[in-house]
Structures are given as C-alpha cells and as structure tokens.
Design a protein around this ligand. Structure first.
Ligand code: SF4
Length: 482
C-alpha cells in the first residue's frame, strides 16, 4: 500500500499496545508529519479568516454551548418531538440501543427491498458500527460516494480524521491508489482524479435502490435531519434512490430549525475554515403526493451505542454536545505527531479520547486520555465549549479509582508519596538520585556498555541533570553569608 502514515498493517492486542506501536512508527515518519503540517497549516489560516467574519465569535460559541446544553439536558423530550414530527411527515423512526441493533435494522430494510448495492455518504455513525463489513457479509455492495471516503474504501483504510478522511495523503498517493485499484492511466491532476471518481460513481447513484447517510443535526421542531457537505454527493444519496436510511447518534439533536442559523456557520468555520459549507440540506420525509422525486421511504435510526453511558456521567455529560467539527484534532500536538489512524477509533484526537472510553469501555481505552499534553488547545477552540482537557483528567482519575492502572504506576506513585511526606525520605531520594546519575553516566550514557534501563525515555529525550548538591546543602554552606 502506498502513502504516508497509513493504518497499521500489524495488528496488536490490546489497543493500548497497538497505540504505542503505531505512535512510535508514525511519530518517526517525517514525510507523514510534513504532509500533516501542510494540511493543518492551510486549515489554520482558513479558520482564522472565517472566524473573523463573526461579529463576536466567542459570543457565538457561548450561545451554541447554551443551546446544545439545553438539548442534551432535555434529550428525551426533544427526541420524542423529533420522532412525532418525522411520523407526521410520513417517515419512520427506529431506535437502536446497540451497534448490532442498528445494523440489523438497516440490513432488514435492505433485504426486504431486494437491494444489491447501496450508495453511502460520509457518516461516522456507520463507521462506528462497521456497516460496510456487515453489508458485504450480507452480499450487499456498499459504495462510498464522498471522495475522501471513496479513496479510503479503495485503499481498505478507515478514515484518518472524522472530518477530512484522507488528510494524510498527497496527490501522488491518491494517483497511486487510483492507478493500482481502478487500472486507469496515471494522472496527478486533482481535477482529473475527481472526474475519474465522479465517472465511476455516477452509475452507482442511478442504479442503487438505497442510499445511506448520517446526519449532522436532528431538528426536533420540524422532524428533519440536516446534512452538511461540500461535494453534493449526500444530496444524490438521499434523493435518487427509492429508500433513504439515515443513521444518527441520539446526541445530534437541536431544538429548533432557527438554531441552524448559528450552527451551520459555526460548524463550517471550525470544521474546514469555510464561512458556510457548500451544501446544507434539510430532509423531512419521503416524497409527497404529486412530487416526482425524492425517496419513497425515509427511515431515521436513532442510535445510542454507549451514548447514554456518557449522558449518565454528570461530570462529562457536556461531551455529548460535540458537533464533530474536528477542530480539537487540528490543534492537538499529540494528533499532529501520531496522526489519526494511531488512535484506532472512529473518533480520533482529544474528543475521541473523551468519548471512546464511554462508548467502548474505560478498561481497554484508558490509554487515550493519557495521550495528551493537557495544553488545553482543544478546549480553547471547541465551538460548543466542551471542557475537553479536564475530562481527560477525569478519565485518568477514574481509571486509578477503578484500579485499572498498572502495578508499576501504583508503586511509583506510592514511593513518590512517601518521599514527599517525610523530610528524611526526600533527602534520601535526592542523595540516591545523585549517586544513580553518576553510575548511569559512567556505565550507560558515556560508555554504552550495558543496555539502558530507561532506554524508552532516553532514546528521544535528554535525561534532566540532577544538581550535584541539594538546595539544602547549598544553603547550609552559602546561605548564612547572604
Ligand atoms: S469536541 Fe468541540 S472541537 Fe472537538 S470535534 Fe467536538 S465540537 Fe469540535
């Protein structure tokens, strides 16, 4: 497989070890980091410009946070209102508690209609439940129609970033993929590559009986789903096939249609640095009476899949306000170094590190909250003011409280605590560290005679030097003369 920073080909269990393995590989891949730096540099410039078009961007963020907080605090009321309105418009609403339930609902709709292939627009909810794998097992061909997702599908990779799925690829990588997978004459011209994909996808749009999308917002007071995109492929997915199925997480609800006037520009600004995304659609049900186009069936699947665990946590509930703009990834120093695939999750970066332990269990995913410098950039940029970096600390604390940390970590902190509690122990540790430093330099660092016990740390970092005398000793000798 060509390209930079691609998904790991080595499968390691548990996920924490996979993370360490991939992070080590990717952080050392300078080409990958250069590609990422360029992409994020362009995003940063566009974001600053788009932000400047708000009269008061901070105030817009405060208002958005207030609206989403209200939506999350009264989620069941708004979801029921949404359901009533979808029914009134002639659509169907299904409730799925788990990924498996959501998959079964979608497969049964497809099988009842005799569907052989499905066109899909970009949807992280469908990534979350691995819907493409389930379609394939059921003998139904899923066809991704978002250009980035289409490239991911050709490469057999998951999306690298939940807003920009192929952020890590250059034009050359994409040209390699098209040449290898589509057997076409090679070109590295972006417009030509786009036209090739368009040509390949056109037939799929016109012959598919079913289109699957996600949804950026569920608008409760009108029973509509709002979809934001830049390519227009989602519009074709929900308007050409006879059946439209939208899989949406329950937290995506907005109380009123009027709220979109704030959320559409805010999402576009934080997501891609645009003032407004190219296509913003509202879908309110199947075609009516004399209408000549639009789907004949409209299904919305409201998926929980662990979200109520997050909602049940009063401390971290605000993470359910996330509008998946991706801004927190783009400013995260860890994401910039380890890349998106390393996280091994549908939702990468800081917000992924907050919600994944809720969606998939703290025990297996507790390493993600540690993948942070706690610089707070993520919280700073979040358009709905989620307290992201403090939630990472909450997870760390909860992991310790549940006894999920390793015995070496427990022992280290016990020793640190003992050292801090007693003057004598503190002095003893200081003296031992100075002796240890002497031998470390003599046998390991200067001579390289023996393998270093702290190799993992010193390979890419300097060991901080411990002063040859303690402050206490210095004060005893010099302090009196000051
Ligand atoms: S947590 Fe905030 S910044 Fe990150 S994706 Fe969600 S809304 Fe965007």
């Amino acid at each position: 497989m060509s390209g930079t920073g691609h998904a790991s080909l080595t499968i390691i269990e548990p996920p924490a070890e996979q993370f360490q393995h991939d992070a080590h590989d990717v952080a050392g891949d300078l080409t990958h980091r250069r590609v990422l730096r360029k992409a994020l540099g362009s995003y940063d410039a566009a974001f600053k410009k788009a932000k400047g078009r708000f009269l008061d961007h901070d105030d817009a963020k405060r208002r958005a946070a207030r609206i989403k907080r209200d939506a999350v605090e009264h989620l069941s009321d708004y979801l029921e209102e949404f359901e009533r309105n979808v029914h009134r418009n002639g659509g169907q609403v299904h409730w799925a508690q788990t990924a498996d339930e959501a998959t079964q609902i979608i497969l049964s709709i497809a099988k009842n209609a005799g569907v052989t292939h499905v066109v899909k627009s970009k949807s992280m909810a469908t990534e979350e439940i691995h819907l493409n794998d389930s379609f394939e097992k059921a003998g139904i061909e899923p066809i991704e129609t978002d250009l980035g997702e289409y490239i991911c599908q050709l490469r057999g990779e998951p999306p690298y970033h939940f807003v920009t799925p192929v952020m890590h690829l250059t034009k050359r990588d994409i040209a390699d993929t098209f040449e290898e997978k589509l057997h076409i004459e090679r070109t590295e011209v972006a417009e030509e590559l786009t036209m090739i994909a368009r040509e390949k996808l056109r037939d799929a749009f016109t012959t598919s009986l079913m289109g699957v999308t996600g949804g950026n917002f569920l608008v409760a007071d009108v029973g509509m789903i709002a979809i934001t995109e830049n390519e227009g492929n989602a519009r074709l997915c929900f308007s050409l096939p006879d059946i439209h199925v939208a899989l949406v997480g329950i937290e995506k609800v907005l109380p009123r249609m009027a709220d979109l006037a704030l959320f559409w520009p805010l999402l576009a600004t934080s997501g891609t640095g645009q003032h407004l995304t190219c296509y913003n659609s509202l879908i309110g049900g199947p075609r009516q009476g004399a209408e000549t186009d639009g789907p004949r069936e409209f299904h919305v699947i409201l998926m929980d899949n662990g979200r109520t665990r997050l909602l049940a946590d009063p401390e971290q509930r605000d993470a359910a306000q996330c509008i998946r703009c991706g801004a927190c990834l783009n400013v995260c120093p860890i994401f910039k170094n380890v890349g998106g695939h390393t996280y091994g999750t549908t939702y990468q970066g800081p917000i992924g590190a907050v919600i994944t332990p809720h969606l998939r269990g703290l025990k297996e995913w507790k390493h993600l909250p540690y993948a942070s410098s706690l610089c707070g950039n993520c919280t700073e940029v979040c358009p709905v003011k989620i307290d992201i970096h403090h939630h990472l600390l909450h997870h760390r604390r909860n992991a310790v409280a549940q006894g999920l940390n390793t015995w070496t970590e427990r022992l280290s902190f016990q020793m640190w605590r003992l050292g801090m509690k007693s003057v004598l122990a503190y002095r003893l540790v200081g003296a031992m560290s100075r002796i240890g430093q002497f031998f470390y330099r003599l046998f390991w660092l200067d001579q390289g005679w023996l393998p270093t016990p702290i190799d993992g740390w010193t390979k890419s970092r300097d060991l901080p030097e411990i002063a040859s005398q303690s402050f206490r000793d210095w004060w005893r000798k010099e302090g009196s003369s000051l």
